[in-house]
Design a protein around this ligand. Structure first.
Ligand code: MN3
Length: 206
């Protein structure tokens, strides 16, 4: 049984950048539904019992039943992606990345501002629902990509990339406050990114 990671802040804590009602709905309804639906699908896949979500998502092809594979892809992706998303936001965020992550960003993108531009452009370019990602490989090199739906870099790169930060650009992430203006939401989210947390994930996963 997978469980949603507990939020370390209140639903209203990310105001005004992410509004309370969006957080309630996003965490309390959307993320909860992905988690429940993942657990339901896994009840029919006893061979996956005890495996980590990362392992399951990297090896989706091992699920031979096409509809179950799709259910695990969509809901397992939704479960994992939102744990990462909510876990890297914080009312105390918005600072610049420091330490090894800060140095690697300068190395791979030139500056933190350039990384933000690249992530923002990827987020804007997603047609329909999806995500923009910052990922690391085993050598610590950083890459920005995007995926449709609830896919993520674990799936698209067969475990060679591990996401350490993702921007959810599904309309449910921003529509209540920002309506159709995705760009304003993407700009605002940088005020609440906990780069210390992202740096922790970077050191763990590189
Ligand atoms: Mn979402």
């Amino acid at each position: 049984m997978f469980e949603q990671a507990k939020l370390t802040y209140d639903f209203n804590a990310l105001e005004p950048h992410i509004d309370e009602l969006t957080m309630q709905t996003h965490y309390g309804k959307h993320h909860a539904a992905y988690t429940n639906n993942l657990n339901s699908a896994l009840e029919r896949l006893p061979e996956l019992q005890g495996k980590s979500i990362e392992d399951i998502l990297i090896n989706l092809d091992s699920i031979s039943d096409a509809s179950l594979q799709k259910a695990v892809r969509n809901n397992g992706g939704g479960f994992y992606n939102h744990n990462l998303y909510f876990g890297t936001l914080s009312p105390n965020g918005g600072m610049e990345p420091q330490g090894d992550l800060g140095n690697q960003i300068k190395n791979d993108f030139g500056s933190f501002d350039e990384l933000k531009k690249t992530l923002t452009a990827q987020a804007a370019a997603v047609f329909g629902s999806g995500w923009a990602w910052l990922s690391t490989d085993k050598d610590g090199k950083l890459t920005v990509t995007s995926t449709p739906n609830q896919d993520n870099p674990l799936m698209t790169h067969g475990g060679k990339l591990t996401p350490i930060f993702g921007i959810d650009v599904w309309e449910h992430a921003y529509y209540l406050k920002y309506k159709n203006v995705r760009a304003d939401y993407v700009n605002a989210i940088f005020n609440v990114v906990d780069w210390d947390k992202v740096a922790e994930l970077y050191l763990k996963d590189k």
